[in-house]
Design a protein around this ligand. Structure first.
Ligand code: MG
Length: 401
């Protein structure tokens, strides 16, 4: 059997890992020589996309030989053409190029790892075509929540979470039926400021916010982990992905990042998924689902870990987490504004133009000013997204903070 894959965002942290996972799956295919049908599955990389990292995209095209490559920032189309001119690969450019590869007839699984709202039209297009969607970034489920889940349902498109917590929940959920679940517990590492008070975080630097104790991720997500915006978005994501009322979702700090999340059933049983803190495992599970095969992930040595700890998050330090629950309850366009305001604010923080604590202030400002709309189209979602970004810039111009 062959599973044909398109990776949206192949030069990012998740994209690179996914390629490595696929490479190992395919190479062990030869070594295994297994008679099991599931172990004979081959993974073919049909399409890759990047925003602007043409050098790496070209290198990947040379190594993995996809039929299509897409570059979303058209400033780089020319240099991509030059770099892969000798290869038998079709080049697509601009946001439409991304949408095009997501809909290709020769693709079964679309792995999406595009940071931000940029990948949204492509994800929706893939859902319309009934593709299996392996979603690694949070935005599709956070921003297009209702629209995406409905579109997927209508077109028999399966959504498989790659986010480690949601992959864990998805796996644990298989121990019972949805109506037997009493609670979903999302774990959070707590990031670099887990033990910090509100006072402590007033003057943290870019460097401090970027040094995550456990996970190795891109800068935007690392900052989101430091504010716990990451977890706030995951609450919204879980609410939509598992059709779970917000009241049944809880967040616990688990600094070791070994238990990736838990599901409590009505009888009191709690099913958890554990694994080394490495995205390779959730990526692989989404690609091989429902099969489990030998792969790249390191196996746990529980005796070496000794103990696993859990604690409640400090909602004063991590104010954005409370906002996340509120946004999930509100629904409509609240989540798109929440996410876009954060993206814009984090960009400003990374550029050294605002303080760490200003991020949540800007988000809160946008949420307060926004009139929530319900049952919206993609256009209206993107409008709300653009509004929040403008509002953040406007705030900074007028020195509202
Ligand atoms: Mg996560």
């Amino acid at each position: 059997m062959i599973r044909r894959i398109a990776i949206l965002g192949s030069t990012g942290s998740i994209g690179k890992k996914a390629l490595r996972v696929i490479e190992v799956l395919n190479s062990s295919l030869v070594a295994r020589g297994s008679s099991l049908e599931k172990e004979k599955t081959e993974y073919e990389i049909v399409a890759l996309s990047a925003h602007s990292n043409v050098e790496l995209l070209a290198e990947q095209a040379r190594r993995y030989k996809p039929k299509f490559v897409a570059i979303t920032n058209t400033d780089y189309t020319g240099s991509l053409r030059e770099l892969v001119g000798d290869l038998d690969v079709e080049i697509l450019a601009g946001p439409d190029g991304l949408t095009e590869i997501a809909q290709l007839d020769e693709v079964d699984i679309v792995l999406t790892a595009v940071v931000g709202a940029a990948g949204l039209p492509a994800v929706l297009a893939a859902a319309q075509k009934g593709k299996t969607l392996a979603i690694a970034n949070k935005e599709p489920l956070v921003i297009a929540d209702e629209l995406l889940t409905a579109t997927a349902k209508e077109n028999d498109s399966t959504i498989l979470p790659v986010d480690s917590e949601h992959s864990a929940i998805f796996q644990a959920m298989q121990s019972g039926s949805a109506d037997e679940v009493s609670k979903i517990i999302l774990t959070a590492s707590g990031g670099p400021f887990r033990e910090s008070s509100v006072e402590d975080i007033q003057n943290v630097t870019r460097q401090q916010a970027l040094s995550h104790p456990v996970w190795d991720m891109g800068p935007k997500i690392t900052v989101d982990s430091a504010t716990m915006m990451n977890k706030a978005l995951e609450v919204i994501e879980a609410h939509w992905l598992f059709d779970m009322p917000v009241e049944k979702i809880e967040v616990l700090i688990h600094p070791e990042s070994i238990v990736h999340s838990l599901v409590e059933f009505v009888d009191g049983s709690v099913i958890a998924q554990l694994g080394a803190p490495d995205m390779c495992l959730p990526i692989q599970y989404a690609l091989t689902y429902p099969a489990r095969v030998v792969g790249i992930a390191k196996h746990l040595q529980l005796d070496e870990l000794g103990k696993l700890t859990f604690e409640r998050p400090n909602l004063e330090t991590f104010r954005v987490l409370s906002l996340g629950f509120e946004v999930a309850r509100t629904g409509g366009t609240a989540a798109v504004v929440f996410n876009a305001a954060n993206e814009a604010a984090v960009q400003e923080f990374l550029a050294g133009r605002i303080k760490f604590v200003n991020i949540v202030e800007l988000i809160e400002h946008c949420l307060n000013k926004h009139n929530v709309k319900r049952r919206v189209s993609l256009e209206e979602l993107l409008e709300a997204d653009a509004w929040a970004r403008r509002e953040v810039i406007e705030c900074l111009k007028q020195k509202v903070l």
